[in-house]
Design a protein around this ligand. Sequence first.
Ligand code: DAH
Length: 351
Amino acid sequence: MSEHPPIPPVEITEQAVQNAVDAALAAIATASDTATIRAARAAHTAEGSPLSRMNAAIRDLPAERKAAAGKLVGQARARANQALADQEAVLAEVEARAQLDAETVDVTAVPPRRALGARHPLSLLMERMQDVLVGMGWEVGEGPELDHEWFVFDALNTDPDHPARSEQDTLYVAPTERHLALRSHTSTVQIRSLLERGAPLYLVGPGKVFRRDEIDATHVPVFHQLEGIAIDRGLTMAHLRGTLEHLARAMLGAEAQIRLRPNFFPFTEPSAEMDVWHPRAKGGARWIEWGGCGMVDPSVLRSCGVDPDEYQGFAFGMGIERTLQFRGDLNDMRDMIEGDLRFSRQFGMVV
Ligand code: DAH
């Protein structure tokens, strides 16, 4: 037995046909997408719909009614089918347009601009200082930030009990038997480059250095230095002085001067503290401590396999943060490490 109630036979009257057409047209007119128009077709024009069943029923009518009924039902079906085709065309158009809109690529659109970032004022200054020396024919060399104690101290003629070696000053990396330290100065680059390249040598070594310092307005525990070393036949302190003066003038203007004061460093003999005359210092022109320098100690040359009777030379080292500080009249070194864009922008950075 069928589960569906029997389908009642259709009657073909003018009213029944009109009702079927009206229902079909209403459903078609309100169909708003592919799914609803498909449903309207199934309900009102497809096989099993009232109009289709009326069409089938014509066959069973008495002969004299067939022509009139055929015309009535035929016109009704034609109207419904036409309305269906028209609405389908409209919806296809609407849907195609919507899809095109959704997939439109605006080839003229400007993509959102991401800031690429900019060089830090310290990096720029370090590069400028290198450039001055490179302009005189010097090479640029580098060394590792974590280095063996031999490069940091021994080869630089530093006594085993020199205070700079103490754990209060230098950061060692465990296990201590490996003798690895975060370099406390870039003077290590002197040793590495002498060993690798030998003499004669004119080399500038920029880099990051580490010390156990508390952060305050004039100290940061991770900072940068620029190291210079020149080894050749017959170099004297006059060459050292001339080189530093040239660098000072490139940094601070033509009136800048260099002053050397006696000092001690294990790796130079004689050694000097170098001051720079800053003609435009905040509060008036004055001498400012800039770094250390001297004639490379013969024992350093010997450590690197260079004969001190044949080659002599000079070396110097200065802090980049310090240089940026007095060159830019900055009160507080901490501003340099905080990453605040307002700091960098003062130096004309494009961010
Ligand atoms: N390495 C020293 C420091 O960090 C600076 C220095 C002094 C470097 C004398 C030199 C030099 O090359 O000859 O304080």
